[in-house]
Design a protein around this ligand. Structure first.
Ligand SMILES: [Zn+2]
Ligand SMILES: [Zn+2]
Length: 327
């Protein structure tokens, strides 16, 4: 299906800046109507066959440039429950890239030229969100060691304690990306998203962007969510047992009871720049504005920016990345 303008017939797309629908032709706001074709893989504007793969749920017509949404990929069983609409428009994403790279020593002249910017595309990445009611029990022995000296003799006193912890943890919406083509490492860098801003799915916000339905089922990806939940549970348990020199569990029991599973779409801007026969990829979190990418002639720098929201985390990642570069 396609969103078309009732005033002029132009393609109507979602405008991240205003949060409204906008006609690309006459600039009317919220003037859309839904136009469908019997064959949902043909463009209602020009009739051309759309280029799609098994997962495509929204795409741009290669012939007329109109944005299409593939009906059967946004309804059961492929439709998302939730969506995080784009907050940064294409212009804003371009501005973020410019700001990030303008002072760099090496930046090809056409790096962000009008022509190459054609490659900057907004895309919704599929995610499974797992929620758990977790119950954790830790039972074991903790020791505290005290040493002191009296005359020529050193004394060591080891006290043993029975340590018992029981915790109930609410894990809400642990994200695991469900796109095969989107590298996990990139999505790890793009996270976190502000999951509180997730909205019930509305096909409108896909208009103007590419989108994919999930490539893998929630069962296939659940081990990754449980791994995250386990890691966080362990660290919560540990942080509740400070002050011991050693801790030896005799019993550790962590149970995750699934409380919800949701399919959500997260926004990302992707820019592919071709230089010396090599593709360089740049990513911008469509909600937070965090930028990731390497300049063509590497001067050993990885560049980040971000909203103030996640500044602390970004800084930490910057350091981590730097360490990774060095070794
Ligand atoms: Zn119009
Ligand atoms: Zn078309």
């Amino acid at each position: 299906m396609q969103f078309k303008c009732v005033n002029c017939g132009g393609n109507v797309v979602y405008d991240p800046k205003s949060g409204h629908m906008l006609c690309v032709n006459c600039n009317s706001a919220d003037s859309e109507e839904i136009v469908k074709q019997d064959n949902c893989y043909a463009c209602p504007s020009c009739g051309a066959q759309l280029t799609v793969n098994d997962f495509t749920s929204a795409t741009k017509c290669e012939y007329c440039g109109a944005y299409n949404i593939i009906d059967e990929k946004i309804t059961y069983p492929y439709g998302p429950d939730l969506v995080l609409p784009f907050r940064f428009s294409k212009e804003q994403a371009t501005e973020l890239l410019r700001k990030e790279f303008k002072d760099k020593l090496f930046c090809p002249n056409d790096f962000l030229s009008q022509r190459t910017l054609e490659n900057l595309e907004g895309e919704y990445v599929p995610f499974w969100l797992y929620s758990y009611d977790t119950h954790a029990v830790w039972d074991g022995i903790g020791t505290k060691v005290r040493t002191w000296r009296s005359g020529d003799t050193e004394y060591t006193e080891t006290s043993k304690y029975q340590v018992y912890r029981e915790m109930d943890i609410d894990f809400k919406q642990l994200p695991v990306d469900a796109s095969i083509k989107m590298p996990d490492a990139i999505m790890d860098i793009m996270e976190p998203y502000g999951y509180n801003d997730l909205e019930p799915f509305d096909a409108k916000v896909l208009s103007g962007f590419q989108a994919e339905t999930y490539n893998q089922t929630p069962d296939q990806l659940e081990p990754r969510a449980r791994e995250k939940a386990n890691r966080d549970t362990e660290s919560l348990l540990r942080s509740s047992m400070t002050g011991y020199n050693t801790l030896t569990p005799t019993r550790k029991d962590i149970q995750h009871r699934p409380s919800a599973r949701e399919f959500a779409m997260m926004p990302i801007w992707k820019y592919v720049y071709r230089y010396n026969n090599t593709n360089y990829e740049y990513y911008i979190n469509g909600q937070t504005g965090k930028v990731y990418g390497k300049l063509p002639k590497s001067i050993g720098k990885i560049l980040f920016t971000g909203g103030t929201l996640f500044a602390g985390l970004v800084l930490l990642m910057k350091v981590l990345q730097y360490v990774a570069e060095v070794f």
